[in-house]
Design a protein around this ligand. Structure first.
Ligand code: NAI
Length: 254
């Protein structure tokens, strides 16, 4: 087993991923604001560069697994911050790790997206397009006048497309890149959304056919499958792991 870099490793899904990869025997290098091998801030370009530099130093420049998990919920008042962490904090780190992943053993990366990415008219949304253009200043300015749902789900929509766009170049370089789109998972992020007077309303009547929320360990288990040899033919997939929520809301789309 080799080196695994996990962003957002201090809490929720990221903490469960770090535990699962640790149990598989990987050397896990977590990046988070606190309680991590690399304590750093992924909300700025400079913070990302410093954190990636320290993580790559700890990995001796070779990365076998990467999980881009750090994120903020729709209840966060600072909407540009949601864009900076959820989209740019994932994509910039992923791109910065590509070379080290190419030197890894059967390397694979999973980006934690969200099934909310399909719950809006996002295809041509200016905020989404600014993200995809890599224009962080423009994306931050555009999202400032929106609401938490657009900031969160729009950043996850852009992130899913960023994964799809990179699947071919990463794959041709020998790195399997996929995304996972969880539905509601019992974590502090979700609790923050549920505690918010406005965004908690999104949970009223939420249709989850399996009848419950996911645990972080369930999502982490699936991520380890996506990272490992049983998923050797999986590339560029956005896997919905949401108890049937997406199918219930959008039964005619796939
Ligand atoms: P969480 O709040 O438990 O964990 C998020 C982690 O990201 C925290 O440890 C936090 O410190 C870290 N983080 C936040 N801002 C950061 C920054 N600027 N720099 C470095 N680290 C930072 O949340 P959860 O639920 O585990 O979320 C993990 C990912 O899963 C997020 O990307 C989220 O959008 C996604 N997700 C969560 C769902 C849920 O229902 N909980 C559903 C779908 C996707």
């Amino acid at each position: 087993m080799g080196n695994a870099i996990v962003t957002g490793s201090a809490s929720g899904i990221g903490a469960a991923v770090r535990e699962a990869l640790d149990a598989e025997g990987h050397k896990v290098i977590g990046i988070d604001l606190r309680d991590a091998e690399v304590v750093g801030d992924l909300s700025t370009s400079a913070g990302r560069a410093t954190a990636v530099g320290q993580a790559l130093q700890a990995a001796d420049g070779v990365v076998d697994r990467a999980v881009l998990c750090a994120g903020l919920g729709s209840h966060i008042e600072d909407l540009p911050l949601i864009a900076s962490v959820n989209y740019f904090g994932a994509v910039e780190v992923l791109d910065a790790l590509q070379g080290a992943l190419e030197r890894g053993n059967e390397p694979a990366a999973v980006v934690v997206c969200s099934n909310s990415a399909r719950f809006g008219p996002f295809d041509e949304h200016p905020f989404v397009l600014a993200c995809l253009d890599g224009d962080e200043a423009k994306a931050r300015a555009l999202v400032a006048d929106e609401n938490g749902f657009i900031a969160y789900a729009g950043s996850k929509h852009a992130l899913s497309r960023a994964v799809r766009r990179r699947a071919k170049p990463f794959g041709e370089a020998g790195v399997r890149l996929n995304g996972i789109a969880p539905g509601p998972v019992e974590t502090p992020l979700l609790q923050g959304t549920r505690d918010h007077p406005l965004y908690s309303k999104g949970f009223d009547g939420l249709d989850i056919p399996v009848g419950r929320l996911a645990t972080p360990a369930e999502i982490a288990d699936f991520i380890t499958i996506m990272l490992g040899p049983r998923a050797a033919f999986m590339l560029g997939s956005i896997v919905y792991l949401d108890g049937g929520n997406d199918a219930a809301m959008l039964p005619e789309r796939f």
